[in-house]
Design a protein around this ligand. Sequence first.
Ligand code: ADP
Ligand code: ZN
Length: 219
Amino acid sequence: MKIILLGPPGAGKGTQAKVLAEKLGLPHISTGDILRQNVSGNTPLGKQAQDFMNRGALVPDELVTQMLSERINQSDTQRGFILDGYPRNISQAEALDNMLKKSGPDLVIYLDTSEPVIIQRLSGRLVCSVCSENFHIKNMPPKVDMACDKCGGKLYQRNDDNPQTIKKRLEVYLKESSPVVQYYNQKGSLYRLSADGDAEMVLNKIIELTKEPNDSHKV
Ligand code: ADP
Ligand code: ZN
């Protein structure tokens, strides 16, 4: 099953994708996570991407699309994957169609989220420096202060989770990424879920969709 999660920054794509990937036994592919690994490993790609990411801008398509295509062609994706963070503009959506050829995505889920919720989530988000699990100072606090529940890794606040960059990322989302929602809607493969509720509630709705896509959620 090939699942794409769409939605603004803070919609909970990463949080949901990680749990879903475990439940369904599919790899979680997050372009943001792969880019951040490249930045912390100081790779040539990381060096090129870093500046764009810190500004809240999109990393150029050529770099991200090449990176994703290499990831999708690895053997663990044969049964499918959960994709989060890509496509982020129409040209990436077209590139993904080409990569997947005839067997397009099975499920495209749009996690619809309101702006106050987005800002509250992003400004309190903590990320594990080892396994990239997400936490939140208030909504999902770690059991031990600043340590990952899963692996004990040190938690940090992302560079781009500051008020100024959050604002910029929301602008970029509205301008570049929200048309992607329309793109899949026109193809008739889009499901919309309200993602303002807590993580478990949203997860349950997603799981229902993966079992039996229900036309009532169709946009
Ligand atoms: P969020 O969805 O919370 O903004 P991500 O981890 O998905 O966070 O992305 C963080 C940053 O990584 C983006 O602001 C952008 O700079 C870069 N990035 C991730 N995915 C893409 C992509 N598909 N195309 C271009 N840039 C990307
Ligand atoms: Zn961890």
